[in-house]
Design a protein around this ligand. Structure first.
Ligand code: 3NM
Ligand code: MG
Length: 538
């Protein structure tokens, strides 16, 4: 097999310890993994004597050859030579890449463990064929790992490779390792693919999720199908479609014309909005959902999320009460909706205000895919920071109010579109002028009213609105999620304007019931075909 043709997509690293392999025979376990579809195998054994290493490596090599799969040896260049397998994997404390290359020659595969851009740079310069990037997530399999670098750390290295022009950097393969299993493998591969990073990951490396599995064959098959199939949470369409005209007024016209269709979709599907939200807004959010023509479920119990996710609704995760218990329930619900393909809106309330909230945000971002993340300037800045961007820290935020705006509109547009591209989702930054983007297209929406900022929970009800619109769009199939989100946003904000203008509205108190009425009327008028949508307001 030629080195250049090696498939790194499902990379098995073995472990012979009692805790992982148990009393099973390693060659038999690897055989099951090969049948299940691993594409490359690394024999990693830190304790056996050299004679045992060589005899096990021989047995593994025979099995691998039968499946036409390359075998690498961790650390031990001498063992690789003795069995004449396809190469080695070297840690930072192992033999240098240059020495290994001198011994093994140009045709053997040499991989290197790296956990930083500097280490990656050196490994590539010295001729590594692939980089094992880690540690992605904390793992019981290897306790003495140097750094847990997370998705952001892996992406930093991929971004670096993407920025290099030399042939070695452009050709090096990449796998990440640490804590990868069936529950996170799709999110990891989705978030480490273009356009999130310019340099795609070649594969994922796994130890315990295969070797320690009770049924190695079926666990490997599951992992294989998870990396082969598109993830259920991936947006159906990330382009407005062939009738889209690229620029200017027509673009806006097209969008405004699409709004009534989305409103009608919410009414005809009675889309479910499942809210995991804080006590302050439960009642308000449920009433807004009903006024939209959607169907609210206020349930903070993660245990029922799997059943609810089957009802084709949307989920809102509101970080207002980010207690450990709430986060546990959120994670269950996120997994359930991601698996069912139901849209999730994240409302990172007060993100960045306290270290507990920063941790909660990082936890949620690692828990799954969010179709939309909406927040004010400080919250979106906190999300950007948690996603590896350098954003000036303006987090001296009190309570969960919007704080003072620091970014210009142009800066907001840049932040929002870059973040949306990185997270491959929709980012909405709310304010007097809202900025919304899916990374490909960015819009500003200048509707709304100052009363929205004087009533608690309006932001949360906007999350509810977006979840209903996204769910309706998903159910109807071929739509464009960004337009559905904008339709929900415009419905919500135009209703606020109309409510504020009413003679019976004197201030924030009288605004609330009028707002619910106007949300309801707008939807009803559209459904009955009497609406006039005014393009200029968008
Ligand atoms: N190398 P699991 S982490 C062998 O960070 C290894 O370089 C790591 O095991 C690194 O898939 C690791 O069971 C163990 O989490 C990964
Ligand atoms: Mg080593």
């Amino acid at each position: 097999m030629k080195k250049a043709q090696v498939d790194y997509s499902l990379y098995l690293v073995t472990d012979s310890t009692e805790a992982i392999l148990g009393s099973r025979n390693l060659a038999d376990v690897v055989e099951q993994a090969l049948r299940g579809g691993v594409t490359i195998v690394q024999y990693r054994d830190k304790t056996s004597d050299t004679a045992d290493l060589i005899s096990t490596a021989k047995a593994l090599h025979a099995r691998c050859k039968a499946h036409d799969i390359p075998l690498l040896i961790n650390d031990r260049v001498d063992v690789a030579l003795a069995v004449d397998c396809e190469g080695v994997h070297l840690g930072q404390d192992d033999m240098s890449i240059a020495s290994a290359r001198a011994i093994l020659g140009p045709d053997k595969i040499i991989g290197a463990t790296v956990s930083s851009v500097d280490e990656a740079k050196v490994a590539v310069e010295r001729g590594a064929d692939y980089l094992g990037i880690g540690t992605l997530y904390a793992t019981n399999t290897k306790k003495n790992t140097k750094d847990i670098i997370g998705i952001n750390g892996v992406r930093e290295i991929l971004d670096y490779l993407g920025s290099q022009q030399d042939e070695a950097s452009k050709g090096v393969k990449t796998v990440c390792i640490g804590g990868i299993n069936a529950s996170n493998i799709q999110l990891i591969t989705y978030l480490l693919s273009p356009p999130s990073t310019p340099y795609p990951l070649s594969g994922v490396a796994i130890v315990s999720a295969i070797i320690a599995a009770p049924d190695v064959l079926s666990s490997t098959r599951t992992l294989k199908s998870l990396i082969t199939a598109p993830p259920p949470f991936a947006p159906y369409s990330t382009s407005p479609g062939p009738s889209w005209r690229a620029e200017g007024v027509e673009e806006m016209r097209f969008l405004v014309d699409a709004i009534p269709r989305h409103i009608t979709a919410v009414h005809s599907s009675h889309s479910l909005s499942h809210n995991m939200t804080n006590l302050v807004v439960q009642n308000f959010a449920a009433n807004i959902a009903l006024a939209l023509g959607a169907s609210p479920i206020m349930s903070n119990n993660g245990l029922e999320a799997a059943d609810l996710a089957r009802l084709h609704g949307g989920l809102v995760i509101n970080m207002g009460t980010a207690t450990p218990d709430a986060l546990h329930n959120h994670r269950l619900a996120i997994a359930a909706y991601n698996a069912a393909g139901g849209p999730i809106v994240l409302d990172p309330v007060g993100a960045g205000a306290t270290s507990a909230r920063r941790e909660a945000l990082a936890f949620l971002l690692a828990s799954g895919y969010f179709d939309v993340i909406k927040g004010n300037e400080r919250e979106i800045s906190a999300v950007a920071r948690a996603s590896g961007f350098t954003v000036e820290d303006t987090s001296q935020q009190r309570g969960v109010d919007s704080g003072t705006a620091l970014l210009t509109l142009a800066q907001k547009a840049t932040t929002v579109s870059r973040l949306a591209r990185r997270l491959r989702n929709i980012i909405l930054l709310t304010g007097p002028v809202d900025v919304i983007s899916d990374g490909a297209h960015t819009y500003t929406v200048a509707n709304g009213h100052a009363y929205l900022g004087l009533v608690t929970g309006t932001g949360c009800t906007l999350g509810t609105t977006l979840s209903a619109y996204l769910a309706a769009e998903r159910q109807s199939g071929a739509g464009y999620a960004l337009f559905a989100a904008i339709a929900g946003l415009v419905h919500f904000e135009v209703a606020a304007e109309d409510a504020a203008r009413r003679v019976d509205v004197q201030g924030p108190g009288t605004f609330v019931p009028a707002f619910i009425d106007e949300v309801w009327k707008r939807g009803r008028d559209v459904v009955e075909g009497r609406a006039e949508w005014v393009g200029e307001r968008v």
